[in-house]
Design a protein around this ligand. Structure first.
Ligand code: BDR
Ligand code: CA
Length: 313
C-alpha cells in the first residue's frame, strides 16, 4: 500500500534532490503536499525552489505551501555559504509554472492531519522543524493523524556541522526540535552519523549525469555545486547527501540500520545549543522516542537515486 506523505523542507540542493526522489516514486509514495520553511535560504526562495522541482519532475499536480519565515524563538540562520545565493545553485533558476498556494503551510498540515484517519500520514521534515512544531502547538490533536515522522537532523558520533555540537536543522530551531522529539509519535532520525556516509563522489555524479534527462542533469548540476564546499570542509570526494536519506528510507528501509533510543534536544546552553543528546547505550533512564539511524548501504542508496531519476522524462 502507498504511504501518504507531506514533505516539509528548505531547498537547498539536498532537499531539492529529495523532492525529485519522492516525486519520481508515485508507485510507493502519495505526496499530499510540500511545505516549505525558512532555513538554508529565506522562505520566498525555499518555496520557489520547491515549485521548481515540481516542474522539473513534471509533477505540478503536487501543491506547495509556504510556512514559517523564522524559527519559533530565535533569529533565522541561513546557509548560503553552502547552498549558494539561490539555495539551489548548480541549476538554472526559472519561474515555475505551478502557482504558490494561498494557505499557510502550518494550516495545510493541520487540515490534512485533522481530516486523516488515525496514524495515516507520514511527515518528512528535511529542514528546521518550525512548521511541524507550530502545527503541533496550534492543534495538538493532529498528533493522532501522524503515522510516523522520518526527518533529517541531529548528530552524535560525527559532531556538529554548524557548531561543534549541533547540526544545522536542529541548531536553527532547537525549540521546535524539542517539541517534535517530545511529541510521542514514532520518529526516525537521519543525522550526520548516517548522512556523512552517502558522499556524492565524482563517479556517482557522473553516473547520474549519464542518465541524461532534465531531472538527472539538474541533480548532477546541483551536486557539483554542493560538493565543492563540503569536499573542502571534510576533505572527502563529494558531499554528504543529507536529506534524500529520508525518502530513500521510506522506499528501501533495508538500506539502513538504526537503534531505538532516547534523543533529547539542548535548548539552553549557549555552548551546545541544538545538540542532539542521543542516548545510544540507554544510560539516561529516559524512554525511547526515536530510532537513530547510524549506517547505510551507500552504493545501494545511489543506485536507488539514479534509477528513480531515470524514471522521469
Ligand atoms: C541539513 O542542513 C541543510 O543545510 C541541509 O539541507 C540538510 O537538511 C544538514 O545539516
Ligand atoms: Ca534541508
Amino acid at each position: 500500500m502507498k504511504e501518504t506523505i507531506i514533505i516539509d523542507c528548505d531547498p537547498g540542493q539536498d532537499d531539492a534532490i529529495n523532492l525529485l526522489l519522492a516525486l519520481s516514486s508515485p508507485g510507493e509514495l502519495d505526496v499530499l503536499g510540500i511545505t516549505t520553511v525558512a532555513g538554508n535560504v529565506p522562505l520566498d526562495l525555499t518555496e520557489r525552489n520547491a515549485r521548481m522541482m515540481c516542474d522539473i519532475a513534471g509533477r505540478t499536480d503536487v501543491p506547495v505551501f509556504a510556512g514559517c519565515a523564522k524559527p519559533l524563538l530565535r533569529e533565522l540562520i541561513t546557509a548560503e555559504n553552502v547552498h549558494g545565493k539561490t539555495g539551489v545553485d548548480g541549476v538554472e533558476v526559472f519561474t515555475p509554472t505551478g502557482r504558490p498556494q494561498d494557505r499557510h503551510a502550518v494550516d495545510f498540515i493541520i487540515d490534512a492531519l485533522r481530516s486523516a484517519d488515525d496514524a495515516s500520514i507520514t511527515l518528512v521534515p528535511t529542514g528546521p522543524l518550525t512548521n511541524i512544531a507550530a502545527a503541533i502547538q496550534k492543534d495538538p490533536s493532529i498528533l493522532a493523524g501522524i503515522r510516523r515522522i522520518v526527518l533529517m537532523g541531529g548528530a552524535m558520533r560525527e559532531g556538529g556541522n554548524t557548531s561543534p555540537s549541533a547540526e544545522f536543522n536542529i541548531l536553527v530551531d532547537p525549540h521546535a526540535a524539542e517539541i517534535v522529539f517530545d511529541c510521542g509519535r514514532p520518529i526516525t532520525a537521519m543525522g550526520l552519523d548516517v548522512t556523512h556516509q552517502v558522499l556524492s563522489s565524482r563517479e556517482r555524479i557522473a553516473r547520474i549525469k549519464a542518465v541524461g534527462n532534465r531531472a538527472a542533469e539538474a541533480t548532477a548540476g546541483m551536486l557539483e555545486f554542493f560538493s565543492r564546499h563540503d569536499s573542502t570542509k571534510y576533505g572527502a570526494d563529494g558531499a554528504p547527501l543529507h536529506d534524500p536519506c529520508t525518502i530513500a528510507f521510506l522506499l528501501q528501509p533495508e538500506l539502513f540500520e538504526g537503534k531505538l533510543c532516547n534523543i533529547a534536544i539542548e535548548t539552553r546552553s549557549p555552548l551546545t545549543l541544538g545538540h542532539t543528546a542521543v542516548d545510544f547505550w540507554g544510560v539516561s533512564g529516559r524512554s525511547a522516542n526515536a530510532t537513530w539511524i547510524y549506517r547505510v548501504n551507500a552504493d545501494g542508496f545511489y543506485e536507488l537515486l539514479t534509477e528513480r531519476l531515470a524514471r522521469l522524462k
